[in-house]
Design a protein around this ligand. Structure first.
Ligand SMILES: [Zn+2]
Ligand SMILES: [Zn+2]
Length: 188
């Protein structure tokens, strides 16, 4: 990894000579440390600069404005709190990177002392909620893909009805964390 500097030296500007021999300023600079050439002074200055978290000042990877910890805290602080008794649905524990089927499950599984202040709400997507009409249209489109232009299916509505019954039996469900909503699981 290359060395980085908290306060890099001033980049050096490149000049060229025109036809009559005068120096002409160019918007081209070289990094004072590694001599790589950049368009624009800022890019050259940033080349070997140590990037810092704008909130806590700790070192971060190039081009990052905040460290992981500060980003997580900011996201949590900006999330809207929902009352535990008003929430039904799965929850996500950021500290463990784990999903729980319900808030009750989380509270049962994680001891009070081991809890963070909040867990995040989740959105559940159920396979059973798939639109039969949309699925039918996907199937038919797929079936007819390699047929002639006027090819069509018969009893399209029958397919939709059958899919409706079939989809209703599906139990698969996926959860996505919703970082905009949090639920308190430990007193301050
Ligand atoms: Zn450099
Ligand atoms: Zn930070």
């Amino acid at each position: 990894m290359k060395e980085r500097f908290d306060n890099p030296d001033e980049p050096m500007q490149i000049f060229t000579r025109n036809a009559v021999g005068d120096f002409v300023e160019q918007d081209i600079y070289t990094c004072a440390h590694c001599k790589i050439v950049y368009k624009g002074k800022k890019a050259a200055y940033d080349c070997c600069r140590q990037y810092k978290c704008t909130l806590c000042g700790s070192n971060v990877e190039p081009h990052w404005a905040m460290c992981r910890g500060c980003m997580d805290s900011k996201r949590l602080a900006e999330a809207t709190e929902i009352a535990a008794e008003e929430y039904t649905g799965p929850v996500y524990d950021d500290a463990q990177s784990l999903y729980y089927e319900s808030l009750e499950d989380y509270l049962d599984a994680v001891d009070k002392e081991a809890r963070e202040e909040f867990v995040f709400a989740c959105t559940a997507t159920r396979l059973a909620d798939t639109s039969p009409a949309r699925l039918a249209s996907d199937i038919v489109e797929n079936l007819l893909e390699h047929h002639h232009e006027d090819a069509a299916v018969v009893d399209y509505d029958g397919l939709v009805q059958d899919l409706k019954i079939w989809l209703a039996q599906q139990t698969a469900e996926s959860w996505d964390v919703n970082y905009k909503k949090k639920i308190r699981v430990r007193d301050e």
